[in-house]
Design a protein around this ligand. Structure first.
Ligand SMILES: Cc1cc2nc3c(=O)[nH]c(=O)nc-3n(C[C@H](O)[C@H](O)[C@H](O)COP(=O)(O)OP(=O)(O)OC[C@H]3O[C@@H](n4cnc5c(N)ncnc54)[C@H](O)[C@@H]3O)c2cc1C
Length: 471
């Protein structure tokens, strides 16, 4: 049996640069066997959604191409990661397995168990934390507790010593001179039905190379106006790096240092929301499914499948909300402002449980991320850390008028309203009959009438929140 090779287990670090595990493997001088395992062995509570699977497929294609340029290639496996990797180690004679650990609750348990399993099998293990800038144990309040409010968390991050410098990609990755079979990527069955993939494919190009290009372009052309432009969904004012970051095609360390050099402070602050989300999920892993504020366990959520379906498909009759939901379905991404507006509409106007929305986002976002999604939904619903106060109910009309004043965003995603004037684009039900006729709009037919009355819904939400305090 051939001996002495290092297996690099790729997880949520699908890159060659600033990859500590890969860098270590290359430095040993031994042959390097890069592996990705699709975990199909058991029901994971938040198993990847359809949009994420598409991204993962494309990202693995790109990773394999980059590895080949260095002399290696990506070996694929599916099933239980522990069993698959142990079997592969035995087959190839690997004596070491290395990886960068994801920090999600499920990954954490898996990691500890796997380390034990590999060591029992006589395989040495080395693991690096590289998915985040700061360790959840280093960032603590003065009393040694986890942070629950963002601004002091951000201040604590800034007081820490700066994140380490990113590592270069290994110059060469010698692949073992043995035959190792691998299923093709298509056999992993990650790609969704073609109708969904088309819009997503038009908007995104997964992979490390693109991630760096997107960052370069953002820093050169958008970062200077980020603080203001990031509020407007009709403007391409944010980095759109979220999925690249989630899949680890670019490391937060690389991003941090590049943004620091460019003095993009507001962007760095936003990047620390990602750190905060992970910090919270690390310390409160149950919050993926349960409110952080326990009184919200008694919240009188509504049940209304028709309203849920109208929200998912962008047919609530509120153009700003519907534009956001249609953007999400068409592109696998939604602007941050729209995530707040659509989530507020679901949880406050429709009074539907935030987990229903979190699950829909999980399935439809290419950047679906357990920590960020959980934080975002609990923040909007009012039941999480540093959450929007319960009485803050976004008004979908006023939000539209403020953040899409000319209605460009709405017209892009709801072409059937294209002919409505700026004045009524966010409230077509108030438009004069003649204007609607001239614009070819028939409410309830070409575009839905509003499914609720916002002011009444707001009062109902406030009463529901007030009932929590009375109990
Ligand atoms: C209800 C809701 C659900 C969300 N679900 C997700 C999700 O599943 N995955 C996800 O990555 N983000 C999520 N977010 C956060 C945010 O909307 C996205 O990170 C952002 O819109 C991505 O676009 P961008 O890369 O252009 O962001 P930029 O503005 O360019 O920000 C740069 C990076 O900072 C991080 N970031 C920015 N804002 C936030 C934030 N509020 N919370 C956490 N991290 C942030 C992201 O990693 C982002 O890529 C959610 C927000 C809400 C309100």
């Amino acid at each position: 049996m051939p001996g002495g090779l290092v297996m690099v287990w790729f997880r949520s670090d699908l890159r060659l640069t600033d990859n500590p595990a890969l860098q270590f493997a290359a430095s040993t001088g031994k042959p390097v066997l890069p592996v990705f395992v699709r975990n199909t062995a058991r029901d994971v509570p938040w198993a990847q959604g359809r949009a994420s699977k598409w991204w993962l497929h494309e990202s693995l294609v790109s990773l394999d191409a980059s590895l080949r340029e260095k002399g290696a290639r990506l070996i694929l496996r599916d099933g239980d990661p522990g069993l698959a990797l142990t079997a592969l180690a035995v087959e190839t004679g690997a004596d070491t397995i290395v990886w960068n650990s994801p920090r999600e609750p499920d990954g954490r348990e898996t990691d500890a168990e796997l380390e034990r399993q590999f060591r029992r099998a006589g395989i040495s293990v080395k693991v690096w934390p590289s998915a985040y800038l700061f360790s959840p144990d280093d960032i603590r309040t003065r009393e040694g507790k986890p942070f629950l409010v963002f601004t002091p968390f951000w201040n604590a991050c800034r007081a820490e010593k700066p994140p380490r410098e990113p590592l270069p990609a290994p110059a060469r990755l010698p692949f073992p001179e043995i035959t190792v079979r691998s299923p093709s990527l298509d056999e992993l069955g990650l790609l969704p039905a073609p109708d969904r993939a088309e819009g997503i494919r038009a908007m995104w190009k997964p992979g490390e190379l693109t991630a760096h290009k997107v960052l370069d372009e953002f820093l050169a052309t958008r970062a200077h106006a980020y603080k203001t432009d990031r509020e407007f969904p009709g403007i391409h004012g944010t980095s759109r790096l979220s999925a690249h970051l989630h899949f680890g095609e670019i490391s937060p360390h690389a991003l941090w240092h590049r943004a620091r050099e460019a003095n993009a402070v507001h962007f760095l602050r936003q990047l620390c929301w990602r750190e905060f989300a992970s910090h919270l999920l690390f310390h409160y892993p149950h919050t993926t499914d349960h409110p952080l504020k326990t009184e919200y366990n008694r919240f009188p959520w509504n049940e209304d499948t028709a309203a849920l379906s109208a929200w998912k498909t962008g047919n609530t009759g509120f153009p700003f909300v519907d534009a956001g939901m249609r953007e999400l379905w068409a592109t696998g991404w939604q602007h941050n402002r729209m995530r707040m507006v659509t989530a507020s509409f679901l949880t406050k106007d429709l009074l539907l449980n935030w987990t229903l929305g979190a699950r829909w986002f999980w399935d439809t976002l290419v950047d679906a991320d357990l920590a960020n999604n959980t934080l975002g939904w609990q923040w909007v619903a009012g039941c999480g850390a540093d959450a929007a106060p319960y009485y803050r109910v976004f008004n979908p009309v006023l939000q539209g008028e403020k953040f899409d004043p000319k209605g460009e965003y709405v017209r892009r995603w709801i072409p059937e309203l294209a002919g409505v004037s700026d004045r009524f684009i966010h409230r077509p039900w108030e438009a004069p009959a003649g204007e609607l006729r001239a614009a070819g709009v028939k409410l309830g037919s070409t575009y839905p009438s509003p499914i609720i009355h916002h002011e009444e819904a707001r009062k109902r939400a406030l009463a529901a929140y007030a009932s929590l305090r009375r109990l």
